[in-house]
Design a protein around this ligand. Sequence first.
Ligand code: ADP
Length: 481
Amino acid sequence: MNTRSLRFRITAWYAGLLAGALLVFGVSVYLGLERYLNWNLERTLGSECRTIGTQLLTQHPFKRTTWLETEIDEAYAPEVNSHFIRVIQEGVGVLYISGAPKDGAFDPSQVPLPDGEEKNRQRKIRLGEGRQLLIDTLQFTAPDGSRFVVESGVPYHQIEVVLHGLLLTFAVYMPFIISLAVVSGYWLMRRSLQPVDEITKRAEGITSTNLSERLPVIRTGDELERLSISLNRMIERLDQAFQHINRFSADASHELRTPLTILQLELEGIAQSHRLNPSLTDQIGSALEETHRMSHIVENLLAISRLDAGEVKMDKTRLDLGNLAASTAEQMRLLAEEKSIFFRSNVATDIYVEGDRSRLQQVIVNLVANAIKYTQEGGEVEVSVRRDGGTAVLEVSDNGAGISAHALPHVFERFYRADKARSRNSGGAGLGLAIVKAICTAHGAEINVSSQEGRGSHFTVELPLLDVPESDLAKPVLRTR
Ligand code: ADP
């Protein structure tokens, strides 16, 4: 679990605060209830003493103690209610003492007589097994001058039972409530952060090639909504900047085309003149070569910029990638043979994709030309096309120079050349793979490369396959050597 995550921290805070609030609430309820029960018990005991004193002792002077016993037993049923009642007449002795309670909570005969100070106040008496008896004592003087002490008491554990019950309820329910709050809080946080997750996923998928896409706006009217709107505005600004750069590259390349063509024609005209001395002819030839190279670069740059800007109208049709690869490979066989490279084509047919024939051909040409260019004499180059589930896979592999691990992530960048000297000698400007990538992107295809320096490279292009009839699925593989 990620303890630094917002989800975890907010849930932890929430659970902590809730636990704190419940604790404060629990303690207040406990103390409040304890006070109330105490007060209520004391009041009940006091009123019992007063009732016995005023109604039975002072107002109805009696002669017989049996009358008093009957009256108290009937009115209070002390044995049943676990009550302790004792009436003492000063100078005479105990007139009445309640019997042992049915639940055996205490033994009335064990309760000591009140001493002088205790005759008009409450006291707690400790009995065996840690039990306590709360006793209220009141003194009365009858109209005939006789003095009585009335005691009324109950076991204190009656309050303790209620308080323990409350504690038990808290102990059981509080962890349950807190766990429930943690789980639901975590779930709620997940739900509320889900739109952010969606934004993140969509934002991950936005690159320089699909800057026209926008993130979903979270309609919450708060920071999240403002964040999604701000991010979208930022993407819009980036989109405009990228379009500007692409347009600039396309315009610059386009503007360079005409003067370069004129320069080329002029140089060709001069080179064909017979009046030049040989050294000047060589210089003109070299200048012409560089001009050719430059026009090639400008053409490629223009092509990439237009592809990136989406200005190129793709002439997409349903075509057989296998057939296209086979015929293109055949056209390039001579190039390989010139270098004594063993050229193999292993192409399945009826691999239908939707694409621009000439652009896809350019992809194959660029990849195969590179494979031949960067493979030593006597090496091997293979072109293959196969179907993999719903994908058409074009592979171009060689056992040539390979690409170093630090260069590999950059080979599709414009003007990137892994080995500058070697690449320039072979006429490369580092635009071939950039064009391949731009065409692949325009076709919704994915291009990948794996390579090991000194052991060769393997380029894979994956295009969405067009549905073909079931009967056409198993077709022969064309193999050429
Ligand atoms: P270039 O015109 O220089 O060949 P590319 O864009 O076609 O430019 O390729 C970029 C770089 O990737 C090349 O300079 C080269 O170093 C490396 N590269 C491309 N294909 C291969 C390959 N098949 N084998 C080895 N290196 C390659």
